[in-house]
Design a protein around this ligand. Sequence first.
Ligand SMILES: [Zn+2]
Length: 470
Amino acid sequence: MQLRLYDTLTREKRVFTPLDPANVRMYVCGPTVYDFAHIGNARPVIVFDVLFRMLRHLYGEKHVTYVRNITDVDDKINDRAACDFPGLPLNEAIREVTEQTANQFHADVDALGCLRPTVEPRATDFVLPRADGKADMVTLIKQLIARGHAYEAGGEVLFNVQSMPDYGALSGRKLDEQLAGARVAVDAHKKNPADFVLWKLSSENEPGWESPWGRGRPGWHIECSAMSAAYLGNVFDIHGGGLDLIFPHHENEIAQSRCAHGTAAMANYWMHNGFLEVEGAKMSKSLGNFVTIRELLNDWPGEALRLNMLKTHYRSPIDWTLKSLEENKRAVDSWYDIIGDDTQATGGADEDVLSLLGDDLNTSGAITRLHAIAASRTRYSGQAQIDIKRTLKVSAILLGLLGKTKTEYVKTDPKAVAVNKDVVDALLADRTAARARKDFKESDRIRDELAAMGVVIKDSKEGTTWEIAR
Ligand SMILES: [Zn+2]
């Protein structure tokens, strides 16, 4: 089958052809770790996880390298560190904030069913030249200066946008238009108002590294140019991220990487996911509709959140609503009721699901097809019906769904666990009554029903106790 992907740079859907099928290479901009991730942050993580799964399916698990960075140097992190850990030296306080937040992020996206990327480099490990010789930010900046693409001014090293004839190609912004819109004399030290920071000096209260330009810290964009080159080479296959990153972040990544390495491209496919709104409004703390992944996971199983995300094509905007979340939770519940605890994911994925996903990740089409597969099982019986259920499971796993057994799923469903207490107590009372009248068939049936809910019961002389199985 063919994989076709929409490329933001050429503005067309093209057949995906990797530079090297034995090592397909993808880079996605990761989180800045200073606070809980919100549901909008989850969108690129889930979308590119589906692409990662498709690439692994097509080229083999060992033949795909997926790099997603962790931005652990940023002024927002410094502010948070000073605020949360006022007693600690700055470097230790920063480490506390970034470690804690990175761990939270991992727990969140694991619960959303996302595979870990092949490598997750941290920006602070790539500022200075490295013992292993992998690309680093200081060396890249030196190369840009040596090639006439960057200059030192006013305590900064700046990228000279006019040194690159096709700067602005990704976002479609022309330099003259940017100039016309720029406020005059904001940055008098810049040759061009659009020139952006590669390196800036740090005060004593800011994190810093010794460099040829003094003790300072990198600009945001240069870290992705360094870390992608470190693991994927100077030119690689796919670069992804949210629509909001096209300008300035990705535009500037392209400028840095191409000009430092003298290449015609940084990545061959640039992919961007659309925006996410909550209940019809842009998410913001002041509107009170700012939802973290963690808060949602307190109320919903990760798979319901994931299905809710994938119901919309990744390039379209999503309106995240409670109503659609409830619908999608019911869909996941019903699928798990169908596949039950069968752990055998044998047989191939459904051809239609594959070709829909191969068409620029048409996840909504694939989900519609999964519903049709689920409905078709009633036309079969015996082994044929078991096969249909397995096809449903194997196909859904391509979307990162239905990878568990029903019992495991129920355990991750906060609603089921919350409801369980009353239901469990009532079932236990029924079971005690059944045992008293020696109806062991019924008492066993109730025990199985509880087991399916993830509840383990223990009988003893003192009576019956129960717990959620782990
Ligand atoms: Zn980036």
